[in-house]
Design a protein around this ligand. Sequence first.
Ligand SMILES: Cc1cc2nc3c(=O)[nH]c(=O)nc-3n(C[C@H](O)[C@H](O)[C@H](O)COP(=O)(O)O)c2cc1C
Length: 392
Amino acid sequence: MKFLSSGESHGKALAGIIDDFPSGVNIDFSYINNELKRRQSGYGRGKRMDIEKDSLEVLSGVRHGETIGSPISFLIYNKDWENWKEKMAVEFSDSKAENTKDLKILNPRPGHADFAGYTKYRLDDIRNVIERSSARETAVRVAAGGFAKILLKNFNIFVYSFVTQIGEIELDFCDSYQELNEDIYLRAEESDLRCPDEKVTDNMKKEIDAAVKKGDTLGGKFVLFAKRIPVGLGSYSQWNRRLDAKIAHAIISIPAIKAVEIGNGVSSAKSSGINFHDEIFYSVEEGFYRKTNNAGGIEGGVTNGEDIIISAYMKPIPTTSAGLKTVNIKTKKNESSLKERSDTCAVPSASVVGEAMLAIVLADELQEKFGRDSLPEMLENYKNYCKYMKNI
Ligand SMILES: Cc1cc2nc3c(=O)[nH]c(=O)nc-3n(C[C@H](O)[C@H](O)[C@H](O)COP(=O)(O)O)c2cc1C
C-alpha cells in the first residue's frame, strides 16, 4: 500500500489517497476514527485540539464496508476552517486579498521549515509554508495507518507504542526489551502521556507544567513494537529493500523526530559482539527462538520472527510562547518568532503517528511477500508459508 496526503492546516479539509490496498478487507470506520482521536489526545497539547474532532469521510475504494481493490480516498475536515475561510480562501477576490495583505508572516520560526520554504518556493508569505509543513498533516497518516492496522490484524499482527521520556523525565525501562507485551501498551493507553508507569506519568506532567510556566516546550522519546511478525519481511538483496531502512525513513519523516533506533542500536556501539548479538536456540514447542532481542527483530534488513522494536526521539516543539529570536525577511530587523497557538509537548501524539507509519510499512511488506490484490489470496499464501516454516 502507498498513500499520499494533501491539505493545509487551516484549509477546508485534509485529503488522503491509499493506493494498492487489497480487496476483501472489512473496514471498521469507528476503529479508524478512534485512532484519529488517540492522535489528538495527550497532556501538553494546545487549544487547537479542543476545536478539532477528527473523523473520516471515505469517498471511494470501500463498498458496503469492504475494500474493493480500488484506490481509497478520504477527507478529514478542519473545523477551524470556519475561522480561516477568508485568510485561506482558495479562489482570488480583491476584497479577500486586501483584507489579508497586512496579515502576511515574514518572521520565520527557528526549528520550522519557514525560512527554507519561503525561499525554496519563492513565496511572499510564510503562512503558505506553515500551513503545509504543520503536523496537522499527520492526521492523514493516522487514518491511512488505521487501514494498515486493520489489514495487519487479519494476520494477528499488532503495532503498539508507549512513551518513555518527556524532557529530563525518563521511564527506567529494561534494555533487553524482554518485558514488551500488550500489558505495557494497555497501561500506556490509561496514561495522559501514554507512559505505562503512573508515577513517571505524574512527574512528566510536572515537567510539562514547568515548561508551560516558562513559555517553553519539550520533546521526548517513544517506543514502538510490533508482535507476531513472520520471518522474511524485507530483504538484504538491495539497499532500498532493507526493512530497517524503510522503517527508519517512515519514522524520521514524522515532523520533529530527529533520531530513530532499531532495537538496542544506540548501545550496540559500546557493546561487544558476544554481549550484543541475539543467540539462536531451538525447541520443538517454540521452534527457533532468541533469549534476547537487541536486534529489534531485524537482521540483515529482514525480519527474523522476533518482535520489531523501534525507538524514536522527538525534539522540543519549535513554537515557544516565550518566543525565539529571528529576523524579519523584508525589514532585516530582529524580531521575536510567531507565537501561534501551539502544543507544549506532542510526544504522545507522535507515538500514535509512529504506530501508523510502522503499520503502513509492515502492511506494504506483507503485501510484497503474500500478494497485493486480495486479502483471501494473501491469507492463502500466508498459510502456505507458515506450513513451510513449520517444516524447515
Ligand atoms: C503530533 C505533532 C504535533 C506537533 N505540534 C506542533 C505545534 O503545535 N507547534 C509546533 O511548532 N510544532 C509542532 N510539531 C513539530 C513540528 O511540526 C516540526 O518540528 C516542524 O514541522 C519542523 O520539522 P522538523 O522538526 O522535522 O525539522 C508537532 C509535531 C507532531 C508530530
